[in-house]
Ligand binder design. Structure first.
Ligand SMILES: NC(=O)c1ccc[n+]([C@@H]2O[C@H](COP(=O)([O-])OP(=O)(O)OC[C@H]3O[C@@H](n4cnc5c(N)ncnc54)[C@H](OP(=O)(O)O)[C@@H]3O)[C@@H](O)[C@H]2O)c1
Length: 259
């Protein structure tokens, strides 16, 4: 399937590890130029080295440290991206995010709520707001937001994360509605349980064995997903093959939400 991503400029947040790194690598393999954003510079550089080894050579991709909860840092990072790409942004993937500490809502620390909502929801608004003027200028571009299966349902003890991811799905629809006239499509991918550093302890700590097996057995395909399976869905939605899809959320969850 021809995705039409050759020489496109893709900004990928949370590209220092896990799903985001795999998304960045997948874009590089399709011939896109990637601006990789996250806080940990050393890991970002490693992502860029991995992309360079996929082909294209040095200078084709950018590692730019940035905290996506800080609008000032985002403005400055976007300036670097625009300098790197000579004013072009064709694709934005808002992938950065992370889990919260487990707590029932009535016991959830206010700071923990704020942190989860800032990193999983507000960041999507902040980064998109900074990138979209450049995307409007392209006439045809695409945003893919990474939500979660926690978005459409009520997950106990991760209420802030769940509410934030539901917000990402709603925000994706508003982006699609407001920016369609500028040629921007906006979609979301909602991953299910996916092997990444985010849930390393859940998968490997013997004290979590029962929970791990319960989750695995509740999943129709009887396994966790792998980051490349989420990346495939992101690339599909970002590329020209999904040219008539906008405002949609694609579940990539091994059937976890089907039952
Ligand atoms: N793994 C799963 O089972 C699963 C399931 C559903 C949804 N998701 C979603 O998928 C996305 C990727 O998760 P993952 O599993 O790959 O997690 P991960 O391995 O923990 O990676 C999270 C990424 O987000 C970045 N990040 C977090 N906070 C940031 C901030 N304030 N500013 C900039 N970058 C930030 C991290 O980089 P730095 O720490 O270097 O900044 C890292 O690159 C997240 O949105 C997550 O909610 C994951």
């Amino acid at each position: 399937m021809e995705l039409g991503l050759e020489d496109k400029v893709a900004v990928v947040t949370g590209a220092s590890r896990g799903i985001g790194r795999e998304i960045a690598m997948a874009f590089a393999r399709e011939g896109a130029r990637v601006a990789a954003l996250a806080r940990t510079e050393e890991d970002l550089r490693q992502t860029v080295e991995m992309m360079e080894s996929e082909g294209g050579g040095r200078g084709r991709h950018l590692a730019r440290p940035c905290d996506v909860t800080d609008p000032d840092e985002i403005s400055s990072a976007m300036e670097s991206v625009i300098h790197f790409s000579k004013g072009r942004i064709d694709i934005l993937v808002n992938n950065a995010g992370g889990r919260q500490n487990f707590a029932r809502l009535d016991r959830l620390d206010i700071e923990e709520w704020r942190r989860a909502v800032e990193s999983n929801l507000s960041s999507v608004f902040y980064v998109s707001r900074a990138a979209v003027p450049w995307m409007m200028a392209r006439g045809r571009s695409s945003i893919v937001n990474v939500a979660s299966i926690a978005g459409p349902v009520g997950f106990a003890r991760i209420g802030a994360y769940t509410a934030a991811k539901a917000g990402v799905i709603a925000l994706t629809k508003v982006m699609a509605v407001e920016w369609a006239e500028f040629g921007i499509r906006a979609n979301a991918v909602a991953p299910g349980w996916t092997e990444s550093p985010m849930n390393y302890e859940l998968r490997t700590d013997p004290s979590n064995r029962d929970l791990f097996e319960e989750i695995r057995d509740q999943t129709l395909l009887k396994r966790f997903g792998v980051p490349s399976e989420i990346a495939d869905a992101v690339l599909f939605l970002a590329g020209s093959t999904a040219g008539y899809i906008t405002g949609e959320t694609l579940l990539v969850d091994g059937g976890w939400l089907a039952v």
